[in-house]
Write a protein that binds this ligand. Structure first.
Ligand SMILES: Nc1ncnc2c1ncn2[C@@H]1O[C@H](COP(=O)(O)OP(=O)(O)O)[C@@H](O)[C@H]1O
Ligand SMILES: [Mg+2]
Length: 1115
């Protein structure tokens, strides 16, 4: 025990120990106290670091920590958990996160750290893990298992349904398999192994629960202050009144099976709430309403059976019994769905099968009670197995094919080693299981380890440890072992507990492990277990081991209509059932096999006191538990040993990232491993390399893992950096190129839009300027024409007026002269003068006559002139056409003088025709598109002629009338018109003489001679129109003519009537065959041009050049 030393006033030493007791220290005892190692003063997380490696040191470490409320302590990778008996705030979700993915030893010891380590190692080594949680009843095994399960569910997945199902399996199992005992309010009365399956990604995929050795006797009997299984109390408290009525159930106090321990309630447990939880858990685990009802019925039947009483009778001098009629018995048979009479018979009689016949024997009432209890236990036991199977069917999915790789973590929560004042057969089984687990622990921690050190040539001082192999040999391994003998005796129908004991004595008396009874009457025998001696009472061993129902009851069950009852495996009576110990050993062997294949973890739960009290540390109790668990040896071997070992290849594969080739030049794998350890574990040098493996301490592994993690993080960051850079750059480039494409198209679109707009404006500008320029030119030309014409007209008018004035003057002067002459004549009649006058008259008469004659001529001419002027004046009043005619005559006068020059168009153009030359100089022409130039260059008149002229016609000018028009015309009228036009042009140009004034009647005209007959008739009619017009024109002038033509042409009906006018028809040929004035000819030419648009231009030749050529084709 640890203590604090004080010096009293008297100089005496006084000790205050850990329990607060004061001890006066005598001088003689002074030597027996030793100074505490500094590590023991405040305690350590890992007991391997304890300086005081003795039991007191260990105990004090736990005590000090317990006082501070720290319940977990490591011994290497083994967790020691002291039950706090109070809720500690260390299981929150924050703690789950805190312990996730951390190495063991990095943080304070915790059950979560072990769970995380299991999970991490499972994924790291791809090896199944298991965790053996051991300890006495009430030490906290079940709680630790639940915490591990919760942690694994939290870290493995995303709160999936299967995780929920796995977690919810617990309340159901606890309802059926847990009960209140004096040591634990929620004591598991069965062992369980939960194998949690994980998929490759580490998510929970399912689980499988294995149950071991349910304490069935509890259904019928409970020790004082203990209860039956929770489910009965849950049901009676939580079930609805209606249902209870159907099952005819009352309160717990009414049932014998529930009142044996005189305790029907449990402090701190709310049965109503638990029942609701149990019900919802059943639903989660896919139990149907019907399943639930069947379960309730069986449970109720058990309770009713418990209340069935037997009445002793004597029939034929033989002791017997009868069932006392009661509602309980009736209800029981109803709920079990069996015939009440048959049930009664089965409970009070037993039939035996002899060689010849079947014999029935009445049972005493005590035997009947035993038989009934056995029946009830069998029902409950099989109900429990059925429930576990049902849970497994919901949460376990067998692997699908070979590709379904799974890893698992197994959690073993099994009853601890126990030693009561009276230990039964079940206790022997339980303690045997603990021996097995201890052996597993010893093997793992000591045996295999030390063997391996030897194999690998590691310098090693052998550590002694307590090996329980011999106990196991006696119990179950060697031939004729204890359990085998029990089995053998159970199979003998004559075998009794006494014969069994006798046989065991004979075989094992001298083993040293088996302690025989002191005398022949004693039924108790002892076994030297690894945790101490335990005495077992052999009474009832065989009965319990046989674990069989009477054949009558089995047959009864077979006849039952209750599905659940029939479904139970025990109903199969033909096969011989293995004994209880046989079954147990079988399942334990398979469990040990599973555990051996796993990497194990150990949690040692320690109960600090028997009173379920917090902060109370019973040193004795704890010391005993520490001793059982072999903790001392464990610490020693863990301290000296190397619990972590890798082959060199494995080590290098895992920690290659820590190899620094720049610091050393390792040639072999071993050298590489050593180099890594030298670099990482500097100053922590206690690691070893063997022949094939490297040996490390737990904390070395932790250090290496942490370093590896750091290094990997750096590398992962680098990879992430590069990959992210690559990813984002690629994305950026893609986006940029996409942006460029969009920009390109957008800009193109915008540019085109602007261009179209701009170009249109530009075109409009250019065209407007061109038109403006043309208009200006034309206006100027028109002005020139106007001025010339007006000048000409004015001059002519002036001349006429002048002439008239002169005429008037002349007349006036003549009158005056004649008057003067008359006067003179009168004067001369005087004689003096008569001679002078005569002389003068003579002189004058000759001159006068001459003058008179001239004057007469002049007068005559003047008169004509005046007359014509007068006519002119009259005509002018209506129209100026005569003036126009003169103007045209004047203008085209030159034609008569230069007939030869017209054909070649050589020489200077006549006045007024220069305009055409200006057109060529329209400045804006330059802006026309290039292809137009090309066209123009090539578009010569020669080319035009060769393209469009009909027959052999050439562009050369001929002075003959044409037989057919130069250009092709669809309309026959156009053909005639063009020929006529040509004829008139020839005449206009002076190339053909004008016809004689009176053409001969009846002789066809020149024109007609050239034309087909029917054309002529058509032409006649058509031309008659023109001729008619011409006649009108003569009096109305050109503008009226044009107007007339236009109106006529635009009105085809009017044209028709004109055509058919016989008056107009006559003499039309005369009209054209007579001499025409230049203006008339021009009128015809222009008239035709107006009336016959086809002569002018074609749609395909809309350029002014083609118009010009077309015009040229006429000239
Ligand atoms: N870690 C813990 N924190 C708080 N109380 C605990 C803890 N472990 C155990 N207990 C208490 O101890 C009781 C017994 O624990 P349990 O796990 O049922 O023991 P075992 O299964 O070993 O018999 C629980 O009902 C609970 O009250
Ligand atoms: Mg338990």
């Amino acid at each position: 025990i640890g203590a604090e030393v004080k010096v009293t006033d008297t100089g005496q030493l006084e000790l205050i120990d850990d329990e607060g007791k004061e001890h006066k220290l005598k001088k003689t005892n002074e030597r027996s106290i030793r100074a505490m190692h500094p590590t023991s003063v405040k305690g350590v997380d890992d007991m391997i670091r304890l300086g005081d490696l003795n039991e007191a040191g260990l105990l004090r470490n736990l005590l000090v920590r317990h006082k501070e409320g720290i319940i977990y302590t490591y011994t290497g990778s083994i967790l020691v958990a002291v039950n706090p008996y109070q809720l500690l705030p260390i299981y929150t979700i924050e703690h789950v996160h805190m312990y996730t993915d951390r190495r063991l030893g990095e943080l304070q010891p915790h059950v979560f750290a072990i769970a995380d380590s299991c999970f991490f190692n499972m994924r790291r080594h791809r090896k199944n893990q298991c965790c053996v949680i051991s300890g006495e009843s009430g030490a906290g095994k079940t709680e630790s298992t639940k915490l591990m399960l919760q942690f694994l569910a939290a870290v493995s997945g995303q709160r999936s349904w299967i995780e929920q199902q796995v977690l919810e399996a617990n309340p159901i199992l606890e309802a059926f398999g847990n009960a209140k005992t004096i040591r634990n309010d929620n004591s598991s009365r069965f062992g369980k192994y939960i194998d949690i399956n994980f998929n490759k990604g580490g998510a929970i995929e399912g689980a499988r629960i294995e149950q071991y050795l349910l304490e069935k006797s509890r259904v019928c009997r409970q020790a004082p202050e203990e209860r039956n299984y929770h489910i009965f109390y849950y049901m009676l408290m939580g079930m609805s009144a209606e249902k209870k009525k159907i099952l005819s159930l009352g309160s717990a106090a009414e049932y014998k099976y529930l009142t044996m321990g005189n305790c029907t309630s449990c402090e701190g447990r709310d049965d109503v709430k638990e029942y609701a939880h149990f019900e919802s858990a059943l639903k989660i685990l896919t139990f149907t309403e019907n399943d639930f009802w069947e379960i309730s019925k069986l449970l109720a039947a058990i309770l009713h059976l418990g209340n069935v009483d037997f009445e002793a009778t004597i029939v034929n001098n033989l002791e017997g019994c009868d069932v006392l009629a009661s509602t309980h018995f009736k209800m029981a048979s109803e709920l079990l769905e069996v015939d009440p009479k048959a049930l009664g018979k089965c409970l009070t009689q037993r039939s035996f099968q002899t060689a010849r016949e079947s014999v029935t024997k009445s049972l005493t009432s005590a035997q009947a009670v035993d038989g009934r209890d056995a029946f009830v236990k069998a029902i409950y036991g099989r109900l429990f197995i059925w429930v576990v199977d049902k849970i497994n069917s919901a949460i376990y999915r067998p692997p699908e094919g070979e590709n379904d790789v799974r890893q698992s973590i197994g959690l073993l929560d099994i009853f601890g080693f126990e030693n009561f004042s009276k230990n039964s057969f079940e206790q022997l089984c339980i303690n045997y299981a603990n021996e097995q687990l201890q052996q597993f622990f010893v093997k793992h921690v000591f045996k295999l380890e030390q063997e391996e050190y030897a194999r690998e040539n590691i310098v090693w001082k052998h550590i002694d440890y307590q090996d329980n192999q011999r106990t196991l040999d006696v119990l179950a391994s060697k031939p004729m072992n204890l359990l085998a003998l029990i089995d053998e005796e159970s199979n003998f129908p004559q075998g009794t507990d006494a014969t069994l004991l006798h046989k065991i004595n004979g075989v094992h008396k001298k083993s040293g492990i088996y302690i025989p009874p002191k005398n022949n009457y004693e039924t108790q025998f002892g076994i030297q277990h690894f945790a101490g001696q335990v005495f077992y009472d052999s009474q009832g061993f065989l009965e319990k081991n046989r674990d069989t129902l009477s054949s009558d009851l089995i047959q009864l069950v077979e006849k039952s209509t209750s599905k659940l009852l029939k479904q139970q495996p025990a109903a199969d009576s033909k096969k011989r059932m293995p004994t209880l110990s046989g079954q147990f050993r079988q399942s334990l062997d398979s469990l040990m096999k599973t555990l051996t294949a796993c990497q194990p973890y150990f949690i040692r739960c320690i109960k600090p006191n028997d009173f379920k009290k917090p902060m109370l540390f019973d040193r004795e109790l704890c010391m005993r538990q520490l001793r059982y668990s072999g903790m001392m040896e464990t610490i020693r071997i863990r301290k000296a040993g190397y619990p972590v070992r890798y082959t060199f290849d494995e080590f290098l594969t895992r920690y290659r990232v820590l190899l620094k080739t720049s610091l050393c030049d390792p040639q072999t794998v071993k050298r590489c491993c050593e180099s890594i350890c030298e670099n990482v574990l500097t100053g922590e040098g206690d690691w070893k390399t063997g022949k094939t493996k490297i040996f490390l301490k737990d904390f070395h592994d932790t250090m290496l893992e942490i370093e590896r993690m750091k290094e990997l993080n750096v590398k992962a960051l680098l990879i992430q950096k590069v990959l992210r850079g690559y990813k984002y750059r690629r994305e950026f480039l893609r986006k940029r190129s996409a942006a460029v494409v969009i920009q390109k198209h957008w800009r193109g679109h915008k540019g085109r839009k602007l261009y179209r707009l701009g170009f249109a404006r530009l075109q409009a500008q250019v065209r407007s300027r061109q038109l403006h320029f043309q208009y200006k030119k034309k206006r100027q030309a028109a002005l020139v024409l106007q001025t010339h014409v007006r000048g000409y007209v004015a001059r002519k008018e002036w001349k006429r007026k002048r002439k008239a004035v002169i005429l008037l003057q002349a007349h006036t002067r003549g009158i005056l002269a004649r008057k003067a002459l008359e006067k003179m004549k009168r004067d001369v009649s005087s004689p003096s003068l008569k001679a002078v006058v005569v002389l003068f008259q003579m002189y004058l008469s000759a001159k006068e006559r001459q003058e008179e004659q001239r004057l007469m001529l002049e007068k005559q001419r003047r008169l004509e002139e005046v007359l014509s002027q007068k006519r002119e004046m009259e005509a002018k009043a209506q129209s100026e056409s005569i003036t126009d005619q003169e103007m045209v005559d004047d203008m085209f006068d030159f034609l008569t003088f230069m007939p030869n020059t017209v054909g070649g168009q050589e020489g200077q153009a006549p006045v007024g025709y220069e305009v055409w030359e200006y057109i060529d100089e329209i400045p804006m022409e330059d802006d026309l598109p290039k292809e137009d130039y090309d066209d123009l260059d090539e578009y010569s008149f020669n080319k035009f002629a060769s393209m469009y002229f009909q027959g052999a016609a050439t562009p050369t000018y001929i002075r003959q009338r044409l037989r057919q028009p130069l250009l092709y015309h669809e309309d026959e009228d156009d053909v005639l018109a063009s020929l006529t036009v040509w004829w008139i042009i020839l005449r206009f140009m002076g190339d053909l003489p004008e016809p004689k004034k009176h053409a001969q009647v009846g002789r066809p005209s020149t024109q007609e001679r050239f034309m087909p007959q029917e054309l002529i008739s058509r032409k006649d009619r058509r031309l008659s129109n023109m001729v008619g017009l011409d006649q009108v024109k003569a009096s109305l002038g050109i503008s009226v003519l044009v107007l007339y033509i236009l109106t006529e042409v635009s009105k085809p009906t009017t044209l028709q009537t004109v055509k058919e006018d016989p008056e107009v028809l006559t003499g039309e040929l005369d009209t054209l065959d007579r001499p025409l004035s230049s203006l008339e000819k021009l009128h015809y030419i222009v008239g035709y041009a107006i009336v016959r648009p086809d002569l002018r231009l074609k749609k395909s030749e809309i350029t002014w050049l083609s118009c010009w050529y077309r015009f040229l084709s006429f000239c």
